[in-house]
Write a protein of this length. Structure first.
Length: 279
């Protein structure tokens, strides 16, 4: 026969369990779906595109963003060949860095053939650090976005640090943000260049909520203004990843341009860092 003491003990255990449960409910999660901007391994891709992709797949990379090179947008491969090479390795060609130039129509056609989702303009189509130039560029981007949408693509822009210069009290990047249509221009925020320019990515997440579906996850040596391996620079990687929903993040691409040793060794270091990190 169960005693009064038994029921009190059981009730206490249940109450204690209800207090402990939230710790499991809010357990930190592993970072999933890592990508790479292939400019990180640009020399290796030009020498052996398929072999380099194989090495990246072995590191656990899932999403690929290409970059314009001396051998075209796909390192000597056609868009269709690049798509298949990624698919064979259980990776997805998700995006590509290109120029909005005289070959823009061909670029869109190649991207459509490659089956990628995004086309990202990698730098300002026309130099000029003026508000007027940034407004004109916003018009170009809106038009490019409309052209991409008609072909089943999404258009976007990737920043550096110079866009955060102030002219007449206005931040030029903000001029671009305020004059582009969010439905047509999908921003890829290079987090490394944001912090190198003295700005906080989280502030941009708040001000332009949901506007940054793509990131370049890049740590930066703030003294040299050089990219570096994760955890060695000024970017709070855990904090930005914890705020990814506010950003509207769908995919992030690791990008590193300077290395402690070799690009692939740096990528292994970065992937090991992400493997240990919980958010």
């Amino acid at each position: 026969m169960k005693t009064r003491r038994h029921f009190i003990k059981t009730a206490g255990a249940l109450a204690l369990g209800s207090m402990i449960l939230p710790e499991f409910t809010f357990a930190k999660k592993k970072i999933k779906n890592p990508g790479i901007q292939l400019y990180t391994v640009r020399t290796e891709m030009l020498a052996d595109a398929k072999g380099t992709l194989k090495q990246l797949a072995a590191l656990g990379i899932k999403q690929i963003e290409s970059a314009k090179s001396a051998k075209g947008n796909y390192y000597g491969l056609t868009g269709k060949e690049m798509k298949q090479a990624c698919k064979d390795l259980d990776m997805t060609l998700r995006s590509g860095h290109v120029a909005v130039d005289a070959k823009w129509k061909q670029t869109m056609e190649e991207a459509a053939e490659a089956g990628q989702e995004y086309l990202i303009c990698s730098s300002m189509p026309k130099s000029g650090q003026t508000v007027d130039n940034y407004k004109k560029t916003a018009d170009i981007f809106n038009k490019s976005g409309e052209e991409c949408r008609k072909m089943g693509l999404k258009f976007g822009y990737h920043n550096h640090d110079y866009e955060f210069q102030k002219v007449g009290g206005q931040v030029l990047y903000d001029v671009l943000m305020d004059n582009t249509d969010p439905k047509l221009v999908h921003m890829e925020l290079d987090l490394g260049w944001v912090v190198a320019s003295g700005n906080d990515p989280l502030e941009y997440f708040k001000r332009y909520k949901g506007r940054f579906p793509l990131w370049h996850l890049k740590d930066m040596d703030l003294q040299k203004k050089h990219s570096t391996e994760f955890g060695k620079g000024g970017l709070d990687i855990v904090k930005v990843l914890q705020n990814q929903n506010e950003s509207g993040l769908k995919y992030f691409f690791i990008e590193q341009e300077e290395y402690a040793k070799t690009p692939l060794e740096s990528m292994k270091y970065n992937m090991d860092y992400l493997e240990r990190t919980r958010i």
